[in-house]
Write a new protein. Structure first.
Length: 135
């Protein structure tokens, strides 16, 4: 019994220190960190070529856009104004209303949703992992 307590007293402090080292001290979870502490978060500026092409990804979405997805499939999204019609790689068409109704980047109903962010599309379906796609 005394031997068990001795072992516990020897092993507990190093294990607690190891666990404490894994938790950030500022309270922010590691997934929320965009840069290591003390690192500069200013964007790096590279010299631009004499002629550059700028694509406006913050403007309105096109009426119809085709996205290539991470799983190798393709998805077509038709913007209907207050909703979108999504045609999946499996040929199934689904209409999703804006959610909330006063915006134009998040659409969904029940357990299915999509988020459009510039050229990126994130598809979330019930029971499946989120799928990232690019236009």
């Amino acid at each position: 019994m005394a031997f068990d307590r001795t072992i516990w007293r020897m092993l507990a402090p190093p294990m607690l220190l190891a666990v404490a080292a894994c938790v950030p001290q500022d309270g922010a979870p590691n997934a929320a960190r965009t840069a290591p502490p003390g690192a500069s978060v200013a964007p790096k500026v590279a010299s631009a070529p004499s002629m550059s092409v700028v694509t406006d990804v913050t403007g309105p979405q096109p009426r119809t856009a085709t996205y290539s997805c991470a799983d190798g499939g393709r998805m077509t999204v038709e913007n209907l104004g207050t909703s979108v019609r999504v045609l999946g790689a499996d040929g199934v068409s689904e209409e999703l209303p804006a959610s909330p109704a006063n915006q134009s980047s998040r659409y969904g109903q029940a357990h299915d949703a999509i988020v459009i962010d510039g050229r990126d599309l994130l598809v979330m379906k019930a029971g499946a992992r989120p799928l990232a796609c690019k236009r």
